[in-house]
Design a protein. Structure first.
Length: 117
């Protein structure tokens, strides 16, 4: 089992930065890949960033150049550094992990990000 706990959301103005954290615990060695997803009101959950085993990261077109997702392996923590935030980035952000068999997804509880002037 893997447990994921996100933190760092909040209400910010457009143009500022925010950093989300996701701390993983449990069977860390069973994780194949991790990522961040967002779900805006009335919309489906969508992928923001995926980090593979080789730590190569793929980003959604909407966040390329603005978001990065560094990993601190010593702390079992994945971050989502969000720069130049826009109102359309408003969503609940979820941390995700996929197991080695790639047949199960773990999810955090989500953290709310509101971008508004």
């Amino acid at each position: 089992q893997v447990q994921l706990v996100e933190s760092g959301g909040g209400l910010v103005q457009p143009g500022v930065s925010l950093r989300l954290s996701c701390v993983a615990s449990g069977s860390i060695s069973s994780i194949y890949a991790m990522g961040w997803y967002s779900q805006a009101p009335g919309k489906q959950r969508e992928c923001v960033a995926i980090i593979g085993r080789g730590e190569n990261t793929n980003y959604a077109d909407s966040v390329k150049g603005r978001f990065t997702s560094p990993v601190d392996k010593a702390k079992n923590t994945m971050y989502l550094q969000m720069d130049t935030l826009k109102p359309e980035d408003t969503a609940v952000y979820y941390c995700n992990a996929v197991n080695n068999k790639r047949d199960y997804n773990y999810w955090g509880q989500g953290t709310q990000v509101n971008v508004s002037s």
